[in-house]
Design a protein around this ligand. Structure first.
Ligand code: ATP
Ligand code: MG
Ligand code: MG
Length: 547
């Protein structure tokens, strides 16, 4: 069992097991298949599956597929893939709210027969108007006191397809003056002539979230139904249904704070619009906070789980600094990513005194702290690439890298000195002429002279050319405005580097995730083609968030 006191929900589970209120804990993760899962869902997945794993229970994956106009098979498939990617498995416990449509319908008739539900013919506007406000009680519908017979007849005709969308609804008869607006005769069924991904056209009435959710929990013998805080004032309604229906078990709802992240929008409405309007290149665009996007960006699932563990589970909403997420990503990648050399913006250097035909080989460790990662052989040559940013014709104060007359260390290889910058007609530096010190093999001078800068490089003769995609935050402001998000989009969220040069060990896949020395962590993208890899930068080496 889990250690006590880790969070209030685990405490409740532990107490319920200790008191024998339940033999085993059963949780569920209930996504609506109307979009891809995002980092907020990861918090819920880790909590629900985590509790099941830690306490020897089980967690169901249940698709909350009660709104066919927004739901698609693509989303169902993506959700399954992403839950697995995050490292969790529902085993045989895959369910759909739509599996319970017939049972839910019978329970609706049960409420009608008990005088606890009625068919309302008011228009949506009239119903909204009559619902009242926080300070004003609602008004009873003129249809509230229909007879059981009339209600049954109308509800059955709703089911058989006699009425158009929106003509009538079925409502629970609770209390139009309740302080909690959710109890003011909530809607149980609405008419919707639509094709459902699983039930096709079998149904033209669909249960509301409130009517479907708790009863689905009861059918599946869920013990702890964990949801986000917005549902706290739906709990009395959740309990009302459980108390007023002949359900097979009595689940309880518990609420926790949803995850909010700086520089990030987690509203499915906004994410859907970003995709639909082409602000990003799909749900798995590496700039998206979706699990598919994060995976494609190269974020290890382990880092996501670790991040979720660190933020914990609380009862008050707050916003987490995205730097905390990045920190977890860097920590995991630093431990696991092999090191390689790549030059993103190449500047050619020619080593004039390097003998033609000579080709030194150097051994480079694949990981500085992990011998088991092994070593690889790097070939040196007369022509190499270095990073354009590592050269300044007139060095500013504190710039110790390449400039005419300056000596630097090429990692693992030799000390080289820049002699001259060759320019094209426009004055742009196109090549550096250099010399090397043959006695400095391995990177140290025999006379012990100091060289401050160590640069990464790639041998021109066997370099692999690649496209590298550098991602920056999708939003330019720490708290993007979800209502007008387009204004807060970062215009520089994607920079494509076309002609990067990689060391040859990166030609084929298999070493990712990988750290390009001095540049950050990278992963091969699915857009790679044979002979032309595409790499995504997962994250830079250092925290660059503006303070
Ligand atoms: P939206 O309301 O934008 O459509 P949702 O949150 O309702 O999204 P669901 O698919 O219904 O999306 O969510 C499935 C589960 O994930 C729910 O139990 C929900 O509480 C949880 N969840 C969704 N967003 C977050 C979040 N930001 N933090 C924690 N849990 C979340
Ligand atoms: Mg929702
Ligand atoms: Mg929801």
């Amino acid at each position: 069992t889990a250690e006590a006191g880790r969070d209030f929900i685990r405490d409740i589970v532990q107490a319920d097991l200790d008191a024998d209120r339940h033999k085993t804990v059963v949780t569920r993760f209930p996504p609506e298949p109307n979009g891809y899962l995002h980092i907020g869902h990861a918090k819920s997945i880790c909590l629900n599956f985590g509790i099941a794993n830690e306490f020897g229970g089980r967690c169901h994956l249940r698709f909350d597929d009660t709104n066919p106009t927004k739901e698609e098979q693509e989303y169902i498939d993506a959700i399954k893939r992403d839950v697995h990617w995050l490292g969790f498995d529902w085993g045989e416990n895959l369910y759909h709210a739509s599996d319970y449509f017939e049972q839910l319908y019978e329970w609706a008739e049960y409420l009608i027969k008990a005088g606890k539900a009625y068919v309302d013919d008011q228009s949506p506007d009239e119903m909204r108007e009559a619902r009242g406000t926080l300070t004003e009680p609602g008004k009873d519908s003129p249809f509230r006191n229909r007879s059981v017979e009339e209600n049954l007849d109308l509800f059955r005709r709703m089911r058989s397809g006699e009425f158009p969308n929106g003509a009538r609804v079925l409502r629970a008869k609770i209390d139009m003056a309740a302080g909690n607006i959710n109890l003011r005769d909530p809607v149980l069924y609405r008419i919707l002539h639509a094709v459902h991904p699983r039930t096709g056209t079998e149904w033209c009435i669909y249960p509301s979230y409130d009517f479907a959710h708790g009863q689905s929990d009861a059918i599946e013998h869920i013990t702890h139904s964990i949801c986000t805080l917005e549902f706290e004032d739906h709990r009395p309604l959740y309990d009302w249904f459980i108390d007023n229906l002949p359900v097979p078990s009595k689940p309880h709802q518990y609420e926790f704070a949803r995850l909010n992240l700086t520089y990030t929008v987690l509203s499915k409405r906004v994410l859907t619009t970003l995709v639909r309007d082409g602000h990003v290149k799909g749900w798995d665009d590496p700039r998206m906070p979706t699990l598919a996007g994060l995976a494609r960006r190269g974020v290890p699932a382990e880092a996501l789980r670790e991040f979720v563990r660190r933020i914990g589970v609380a009862k008050a909403n707050s916003t987490v600094d995205v730097a905390m997420f990045d920190h977890a990503v860097r920590e995991v990648l630093n431990a696991k990513a092999e090191r390689r050399m790549a030059v993103l913006k190449p500047l050619k250097i020619v080593i004039e005194n390097y003998p033609d035909g000579q080709a030194d080989e150097f051994e480079a460790a694949n990981h500085p702290d992990n011998e088991a990662a092994g070593r690889r052989t790097l070939r040196f040559g007369r022509e190499l690439y270095v990073e354009r940013d590592d050269f300044m014709e007139t060095p500013s104060k504190g710039f110790y890298r390449l400039s005419p007359g300056k000596e630097v260390r090429l990692r693992y290889a030799y000390l080289v000195t820049c002699r001259e910058a060759v320019k094209d007609a426009s004055g742009e530096v196109v090549e550096l002429r250099c010399t090397y010190d043959p006695a400095s093999k391995g990177g140290n001078a025999p006379d012990g002279r100091k060289v401050k800068a160590t640069l990464h490089w790639v041998n021109a003769a066997d370099a692999v050319e690649a496209e590298v995609r550098l991602y920056n935050p999708l939003f330019a402001t720490p708290e993007p405005n979800a209502a007008n998000f387009a204004a807060d989009l970062n215009p520089d969220s994607l920079e494509i580097v076309a002609g990067a040069k990689l060391e040859p060990s990166l030609a084929e896949g298999g070493v990712e995730p990988v750290q390009f020395e001095r540049l950050g962590y990278f992963v091969r993208d699915k857009d790679s083609t044979p002979g032309r890899p595409v790499f995504n930068r997962t994250i830079g080496l250092r925290d660059t968030w503006a303070k």
